[in-house]
Every structure is written in C-alpha cells, then in structure tokens.
Design a protein around this ligand. Structure first.
Ligand SMILES: NC(=O)C1=CN([C@@H]2O[C@H](COP(=O)(O)OP(=O)(O)OC[C@H]3O[C@@H](n4cnc5c(N)ncnc54)[C@H](OP(=O)(O)O)[C@@H]3O)[C@@H](O)[C@H]2O)C=CC1
Ligand SMILES: O=C([O-])CC(=O)C(=O)O
Length: 264
C-alpha cells in the first residue's frame, strides 16, 4: 500500500515535489493558508485533501514535508512534532529564531516526533557535520543569484536590482542575520550554520550578478579534518527563480528515504 505524505505549503517547490513524488508515495493532505485554499483545491481537483491546520488531519501521515517557508514552519511545526510525526524541513532559516528552535525541539522530545533538516539547495552537509566532530575553525558561505532571483526581497533596499551592471556584494554578515533578512533566499546560510559552527560564527556574503542565470552557492570549511571548497551552480525553478531545483529534489529524496530500507 502506498505511503501517504502531508505537505505544508503548495507553492513552486511543493508543486514540483508533487510532480516528482516517487512511486509508493502519494500526496494525502496539503496544508495551506486559508486565503490560498480554494485555489489549491481547484488545482488539486480532489487528488489530495486541502487543509488549513494540522489538527484537521484525521489520520497519521507517513511523512510530513514543509515546503511553505519560514512562516509555515513557525505556524505548523510544533503541532506536527507533538503528534509524533516526522517533519522534513527546508525553511531552516526559521531556526535562526532561538525561541522557535527551542519550541520545536521541546515538541519533538515530548511528542516523540522527529525533525529532519534537509540539505535543500546545497551539497556537502554530510561532510560538514562529520568535519564538525573533529572541530571546525572556519565556515564561510557565499550566494550569487541573478537580479530576478532577489526581486521582492530585502536586497531591493540594498542594491538597485534593475540597474546593477556587474557582480555586486550587497550583504555581509552572519548566518542568523542573513536567514532573518532574506527568508525566501538565505535558508542555505542557516542550513550551513546548523551543520557547522552555528548562526553567529558562519560568515555570509550575498551577491547579485546580472550575467548569471544560476543560483550559485560557495562553501568554504576548514578544521581538523582539512578543508573543502564546494561551488554548486544550480538551476532555479522556472516557477520561482529564488528557489533552486535542487532544493525541491532534496524534498523528493526525503520522500524516497521514507520508502527505502536502505538509503543515503
Ligand atoms: N533550504 C533551502 O535550500 C531552501 C529553502 N527554501 C524555502 O522554501 C520555501 C518555499 O519555496 P517556494 O515553494 O519556492 O516558495 P513559494 O512562495 O512559491 O511557495 C510557498 C508556499 O507556502 C505557502 N505558505 C505561506 N505561509 C504558509 C503557512 N503558514 N502555512 C502553509 N503554507 C504557507 C504560500 O502560500 P501563499 O502564496 O498563500 O502565501 C506559498 O504557496 C521558501 O520560502 C524558502 O523559505 C527555498 C529554497 C531553498
Ligand atoms: O534555492 C536556493 O538557491 C537558496 C534559497 O532560496 C534559500 O537558501 O532559501
């Protein structure tokens, strides 16, 4: 029998994940804001139940994936974890809020739930978490995207996205600040921080480049293990250029992991 997925959010990433769900996993429920529910019901045409709160879900899903962004994790995360369900998360930037992080970990402990932080748009989180065991001296992260990928974000206050003529750095700070200021664009900064040296000690630089069509992520890590440099040039999703295709694929991978007895 097919396993059943509950998805929080059904925007660009959620739709892509739904399209690519592995055999053996079906979308049972979608949780969306009230104002979006009618539109999603029309789009899904009965293929999944559309809810606006976790307590409306009468059965236990086999997996819950958050594809809703930071407000979605803040609104629904605790209810999922208190029910003892497994929650795979891409809006890792929400965890820069220490109070929310504490609420979610308490809910998981008390409810016997599990929160799985997904690698999202980047690679190398396996190596970084292993490297941390030996001690890390430095972790830096740089993102570079096209102007259209920064539209509608805080970047508009820092750089003229319509006039920028060459690669320009518009933000330098720590991962916590980046995740808070750019909630739809800098979850990766938080993911790297959570896997490495934490929000305050992870240095972040955000750049815009009018000549690129990719979402580029560069990670440098140095420690007792040695050092590594990763550069990942991802294709943005057509439906949302802020979001890399790989981020959606990392959610699909989590769905596959829930099905397979052996997995990476
Ligand atoms: N970790 C990573 O590497 C990455 C993480 N992300 C995160 O994933 C998020 C989703 O990306 P994407 O799908 O492209 O973004 P979209 O904006 O296309 O979709 C987000 C969807 O979530 C819905 N939503 C908003 N608030 C809630 C809520 N409280 N409960 C349920 N649903 C909600 C939105 O509804 P409405 O339109 O009505 O507001 C929207 O449909 C990004 O905002 C970002 O935080 C993205 C890329 C990479
Ligand atoms: O998808 C990406 O390239 C990264 C992103 O939006 C994020 O970190 O939130």
């Amino acid at each position: 029998m097919s396993k059943r997925l509950l998805m929080i959010g059904y925007g660009a990433m959620g739709s892509e994940v739904h399209r690519l769900l592995p055999d053996g996993m079906t979308l049972g429920w979608v949780v969306v804001p009230e104002a979006f529910a009618v539109e999603v019901r029309d789009r899904l045409a009965g293929r999944a139940e559309v809810l606006t709160a976790i307590d409306q879900c009468a059965e236990a899903p086999d997996l819950v994936v958050e594809c809703a962004g930071q407000p979605g994790l803040a609104e629904h995360g605790e209810a999922v974890l208190r029910r003892g369900w497994t929650l795979a998360v891409v809006a890792t930037g929400a965890l820069a809020d220490e109070a929310l992080y504490a609420r979610l970990t308490t809910a998981a402990r008390e409810g016997n739930g599990r929160m799985q932080l997904l690698s999202g748009a980047v690679a190398g989180m396996d190596g970084l978490t292993a490297a941390r065991e030996g001690g890390l001296d430095e972790v830096t992260y740089e993102a570079c995207k096209a102007p259209r990928s920064w539209k509608g974000s805080h970047a508009e206050q820092l750089v003229d996205l319509d006039a920028v003529a060459e690669r320009t750095v518009f933000f330098e700070g720590d991962a916590g600040e980046a995740a808070r200021l750019f909630p739809a664009n800098s979850n990766v900064a938080a993911t790297i921080a959570l896997a490495g040296v934490g929000m305050r000690d992870t240095r972040v630089r955000l750049t815009v480049d009018p000549s690129t069509t990719r979402n580029t992520h560069r990670i440098h890590a140095r420690g007792r293990f040695g050092e590594f440099d990763i550069e990942l040039n991802g294709y943005p999703l057509e439906s949302n250029p802020k979001t890399s295709t790989l981020a959606a694929l990392s959610v699909v991978r989590a769905c596959r992991q829930a099905l397979e007895p052996v997995s990476f």
